[in-house]
Design a protein around this ligand. Structure first.
Ligand code: GLA
Length: 382
C-alpha cells in the first residue's frame, strides 16, 4: 500500500467512525429535560417542576420547593416502569405538613440535643421542633424554602442546580450560608446529588436528601421484604431522645447487622431496646472507612420486581429510617395511604448531634472553606 492510499484509507476510516458515533447518539437521543410552572396562592412564588428523563426511560421529577424529588420512575426486571419514590401527586401538597418526603435537609440533618451547641465559646440555641431536640434544620428548614433553579443538559445527562442563601441566624444558625444542590440524572442510571456550601462566619453544616423509597412501586405495600446490605460494622446507639450516646456499637449479633443481605423485616420485631426507641430502624450507621472517594454504602434489592438501588457517598454516616412515623394520615400517590414501613430512607450524612460530640467527625464550616459532598443513587435490576 503506498502512502497516498494509506492516507485515504485512514481518512475514510476516521470519517466512518465519526458518522457511526453521530448516528448512535441520534438513535439514543439526548436525555430529556422539561420544566413546568405550577401556580400557588403565594404571589411570585410559583413552584417549578423539572422532569429529567434518561435514554433508558428513567424519569426523575423534582421541584424548587425544598428541592423535593417528587417522583423517580424506573423499570423492573420485565421493563415495567413504576414510581418508587413516596410523595404527592400535586406539588402544592408539599406546602402542607409532611414527613420531609424527598426533600433536601439543612442546615443540619438529623438531631441536635436540646437544639444547642457552642462554637468558639459562643452558645447558640436553635429551634426545638422534635420533642426536646432540633431536627432537620428546624421549623423552616431547607425542605420548606424556595430554591433558585437552573437546568442543564448534555449528551450524557440532564440536571438542575438549585441555589439558596440561608441568612445569618436563620433558625438560629450563625453565618450567611450560600448553598447549592445539583441533581444530575445520567444515561448510566445514576442520580447524583452534589452539595456545595460556603459561609461568611464559622457555622455548622450537615446536608442530606430525605427521599423515601419503595422499590415495589406499590406504596401501600411494606418495604420489610426488601433486602438490604449496609457497608457498616457499627451503628450509633441512641438514648431515649434518639440522640447518639457517643459509642460506636458493633452491629455483629444485633438486629442492626446488615453486613450481608438481609430483609429489613427479618429482625424488625426482635427484642431490642434500640428498635423500641426508634419504633423500628431510625439509626445512623458508621460507614466502613475506605480509600475510595465514593464508597458503596448501601445496596437494596426488591426480590419480586428485581429492582436494585445502590447508594454511594463520601459522607461518614447513613441513616436507615424505615418510615416508622408514617401513620396512614397521608394519601399515597396511586391510592391508599402511607402506613408504617411503606417507605425507607437512606440518608447519607455526618453523625447526628456531631456539634456536641467531640469524638464525631467535625461538621464545622469556616469562612474561606468550601464544603462539597456527593451522594449517588444508582438504579438497576437483577
Ligand atoms: C428522620 C428522623 C426520623 C423522622 C423522620 C421524619 O429520618 O430520623 O426520626 O423524624 O426523619 O419523619
Amino acid at each position: 500500500m503506498n502512502h497516498l492510499v494509506l492516507k485515504r484509507f485512514l481518512r475514510f476510516f476516521v470519517l466512518s467512525m465519526i458518522l457511526i458515533l453521530v448516528a448512535a447518539c441520534q438513535k439514543k437521543g439526548k436525555p430529556k429535560l422539561d420544566k413546568i410552572v405550577i401556580t400557588t396562592f403565594m404571589k411570585d412564588q410559583n413552584i417549578e417542576l423539572y422532569r429529567l428523563e434518561n435514554n433508558n426511560g428513567i424519569v426523575v421529577e423534582l421541584i424548587n420547593l425544598g428541592g423535593i424529588i417528587t417522583s423517580i420512575k424506573t423499570p423492573d426486571r420485565n421493563g415495567k416502569i413504576a414510581d418508587i419514590a413516596l410523595g404527592f401527586d400535586d406539588p402544592r401538597q408539599y406546602l402542607d405538613r409532611h414527613p420531609y418526603f424527598g426533600a433536601i435537609i439543612g442546615r443540619f440533618g438529623n438531631r441536635i440535643a436540646g437544639g444547642s451547641f457552642s462554637l468558639d465559646d459562643k452558645d447558640y440555641q436553635l429551634a426545638i421542633n422534635n420533642e426536646v431536640n432540633h431536627l432537620h434544620g428546624g421549623i423552616k428548614g431547607f425542605d420548606k424554602v424556595l430554591w433558585g433553579a437552573e437546568s442543564f443538559s448534555d449528551i450524557n445527562a440532564s440536571g438542575v442546580m438549585l441555589h439558596y442563601l440561608s441568612k445569618h441566624m436563620e433558625e438560629g444558625y450563625p453565618g450567611n450560608v450560600s448553598v447549592s444542590v445539583t441533581y444530575t440524572l445520567s444515561n448510566d442510571d445514576i442520580l447524583k446529588v452534589r452539595y456545595e456550601a460556603s459561609t461568611d462566619q464559622k457555622t455548622i453544616i450537615n446536608l442530606t436528601q430525605h427521599s423515601y423509597f419503595n422499590l415495589s412501586g406499590d406504596f401501600t405495600a411494606q418495604i420489610l421484604d426488601h433486602e438490604l446490605m449496609l457497608n457498616a460494622d457499627a451503628f450509633l446507639a441512641v438514648d431515649e431522645n434518639q440522640i447518639p450516646t457517643g459509642a460506636y456499637t458493633a452491629v455483629a449479633q444485633t438486629p442492626f447487622d446488615f453486613s450481608s443481605f438481609k430483609t429489613m423485616g427479618q429482625d424488625f420485631n426482635s427484642e431490642s431496646k434500640q428498635l423500641e426507641i426508634g419504633n423500628g430502624y431510625d439509626h445512623c450507621f458508621v460507614i466502613n472507612p475506605s480509600e475510595k472517594a465514593m464508597v458503596e454504602a448501601a445496596v437494596v434489592h426488591h426480590p419480586k420486581s428485581g429492582r436494585v438501588m445502590k447508594v454511594f457517598t463520601d459522607q461518614p454516616g447513613i441513616q436507615l429510617y424505615t418510615g416508622n412515623f408514617l401513620d396512614n394520615t397521608l394519601t399515597a400517590k396511586n391510592g391508599g395511604t402511607y402506613g408504617p414501613q411503606t417507605g425507607f430512607c437512606l440518608e447519607t450524612q455526618h453523625f447526628p448531634d456531631a456539634p456536641n460530640q467531640s469524638n464525631f467527625p467535625t461538621t464545622v464550616l469556616n469562612p474561606g472553606e468550601s464544603f462539597a459532598s456527593e451522594t449517588w443513587f444508582q438504579f438497576s435490576v437483577k
